[in-house]
Write a protein that binds this ligand. Structure first.
Ligand code: AMP
Length: 205
């Protein structure tokens, strides 16, 4: 159901937003937006090891969706133990499941973190609350949704946290922006690359 790319207006918007994102990441890291250079940034040097590359899915379908993304990226970068390295382009998508609701903007952020998985989730949920997210309806409209997709090779199976995200491999709106950043990253359970998982999706979802 991803429509970005086919609509010239959306494609144009995506380009603009992508430039905006890259500025955010560059300003914050003080480096160009690549994992290797950011690993040497001043902010990273202060952190405890081990550092993991994690991929966070962003979704929004209420209010100024791009503004919500920029605010979430800024807030993530402000957390001790999280550095945003790169952000995908923003994809305009149709809602999948849930009640009738407005179209979504979806993106993926690549972050470097030394937080344990549960602490990372708690920080992301704190940012969701700060940006006004309420959990009124399951799969209902939201100001901002932040999900942990991957954290290096880490596998987590806890009541409130599953990593890799349990539905990421079925979702085009996740895999398309993720493949812009990490097409060769391997799903630690399925042992397939993100590019392979995306090519395996036949439906519009
Ligand atoms: P959602 O409404 O899609 O944001 O789902 C949020 C719920 O999913 C929370 O209760 C989380 O504890 C749970 N959850 C499980 N795994 C993950 C994950 N990898 N990333 C984010 N939330 C997760």
């Amino acid at each position: 159901m991803v429509t970005a790319g086919s609509d010239p207006q959306i494609a144009q918007m995506t380009q603009i937003e992508r430039r905006g994102n890259e500025c955010v990441a560059e300003e914050r890291s003080g480096q160009t937006c690549s994992p290797s250079s950011s690993a040497q940034s001043a902010k990273s040097a202060d952190k405890k090891d081990p550092h993991l590359l994690a991929y966070i899915a962003l979704g929004s379908n209420i209010g100024d969706r791009a503004k919500n993304f920029h605010a979430a990226i800024d807030l993530m970068n402000g957390v001790e133990g999280i550095s945003v390295l790169r952000v995908s382009s923003f994809h305009d998508t149709k809602p999948v499941g849930g009640p009738p609701q407005p179209d979504y903007l979806n993106a993926v952020a690549e972050v470097e973190t030394d937080l344990p998985p549960t602490d990372l989730l708690a920080e992301l949920q704190r940012i969701e609350r700060r940006l006004g997210r309420t959990r009124a309806a399951h799969w209902g409209p939201r100001t901002i949704d932040l999900d942990i997709l991957l954290m290096g090779d880490t596998i987590v199976d806890e009541p409130h946290l599953t990593i890799p995200h349990p539905r990421m491999h079925e979702r085009r709106f996740v895999l398309e922006p993720l493949c812009e950043l990490a097409p060769d990253a391997v799903h630690p359970r399925l042992k397939k690359t993100m590019r392979e998982l995306l090519s395996g999706i036949t439906g519009a979802e």
